[in-house]
Design a protein around this ligand. Structure first.
Ligand SMILES: Nc1ncnc2c1ncn2[C@@H]1O[C@H](COP(=O)(O)OP(=O)(O)O)[C@@H](O)[C@H]1O
Ligand SMILES: [Mg+2]
Length: 370
């Protein structure tokens, strides 16, 4: 799949930008604070329907503007079809259109499958469980768009259940939420556990190649539903989760929050059997983040049978030359489309053909060599 054109209006500091994306590499070049990441953010938002950086939707609308608009033309190589996607943000609401018709989240996703790699991802091993859950959830929404729909339903139900706990509401109301939470939550846990099992060996082999010396990397799903999570049976997991929600209810009432479920789980990362958090060096943390992203990317390319679109934010300045070289070697082999930001014109990419360059300055995006 390939992004052909993008048009961005009143998004962050971009008043109006038009881009024609190269079939291989497109570089957005500019000093800090000019709008490079904002441009990637617009592309990621319309592709994944999640914000690239963790901010409320309203922060994405340009100060002083009423609404933001992003439009994208995408081509799918396997079918040769093109689709026109558009997204409008207005206040807290979002309107999606596909080929000129209003579209729902589920049918909108999957047309521009995109993986982003940003400086924040380098803290994957060191940072909070929330960051690792976000990694899993973003990877999974690319694998299965229906996953996002379930995750959103789950989040909404948890929020509402917590509100009932705070208000000391009735048991019958909690019973109803527990049903939704157990169904959607079991789906999320099972999908995550399966994905981690498949990603593990792939991540380990990337890590073994990248890190030097390289202890053995292994991944596991650390679930707050310690007993009863059965990756081979969503129905069983659901029953176990429902029972645990009920058992924990008195505690949840006391704490006024839902204490068990996928929103408390973690992706456990281990080197030679020890938790990464406790012992990995700075260099190992970077190698680990890179290995996980490469595993995600190559796994996805295999599932889709075509490479996904890759957005790289500031990677050449965040990674040392050796790691950056390893990243680009893998990216070149995949032969997918890459859109990257950098303060300097990237070197060595012209050789792989079709490098399109844009200058980004004060929210203006201009083609370098038209
Ligand atoms: N909603 C918004 N409206 C207008 N400007 C914004 C908005 N959100 C962020 N900005 C501006 O965008 C700029 C940062 O752009 P960014 O793309 O992160 O820079 P970089 O080129 O370093 O990646 C800052 O100047 C910030 O003030
Ligand atoms: Mg930036």
């Amino acid at each position: 799949m390939r992004l052909l054109r993008a048009s961005i209006r009143n998004f962050r500091n971009l008043e109006s930008a038009e881009l024609e994306l190269g079939p291989r590499f497109t570089a957005l070049i500019g000093q800090n604070g000019q709008g490079k990441t904002n441009t990637l953010e617009a592309l990621y938002l319309i592709a994944a329907l999640r914000p690239l950086r963790n901010v409320p939707r309203s922060a994405l609308i340009r100060h002083g503007a009423e609404s933001a608009h992003v439009a994208l033309t995408v081509e799918r190589q396997s079918t040769g079809l093109t689709h026109a996607l558009s997204l409008e943000l207005k206040g807290a609401s979002r309107v999606l259109q596909k080929d000129g018709k209003k579209a729902e989240t589920g049918s909108f996703l999957g047309h521009a499958v995109t993986v982003a790699f940003t400086p924040d991802d380098l803290a994957l091993g060191k940072g909070s469980p929330e960051g690792r859950r976000r990694f899993l959830d973003r990877a999974l929404l690319n694998v299965r768009p229906a996953y996002l729909v379930r995750a959103l339903r789950f989040q909404k139900a948890i929020k509402e259940r917590n509100r009932v706990l705070i208000d000391q509401g009735k048991d019958e109301v909690l019973d109803a939420y527990d049903q939704v939470i157990a169904s959607e939550g079991a789906g999320i846990m099972v999908e995550r556990a399966r994905y981690i099992r498949e990603l593990g060996p792939r991540a380990a082999s990337h890590f073994a190649r990248i890190a030097d010396p390289a202890p053995t990397l292994s991944l596991a799903y650390a679930a707050s539903l310690d007993e009863g999570l059965d990756p081979s049976s969503e129905a069983q997991t659901r029953e176990a989760y429902l029972a645990k929600l009920l058992r924990r209810r008195p505690l949840d009432r006391k704490r006024r929050t839902t204490s068990v479920g996928p929103h408390h789980d973690d992706l456990e990362l281990m080197l030679d059997g020890h938790r990464v958090k406790d012992r990995a060096s700075q260099g190992q943390h970077r190698a680990l983040a890179l290995a996980l992203k490469l595993a995600e990317l190559t796994d996805l390319a295999e599932r889709l049978q075509e490479p996904p679109i890759l957005l790289l934010d500031d990677m050449s300045s965040e990674l040392d030359p050796v790691r950056s070289g390893q990243l680009f070697d893998c990216v070149r082999r995949l032969e997918g489309q890459v859109i990257l930001t950098s303060t300097e014109p990237p070197r060595g990419l012209e050789a792989s053909g079709h490098l399109v360059e844009y200058d980004v300055a004060q929210g203006q995006v201009t083609r370098r060599h038209p």
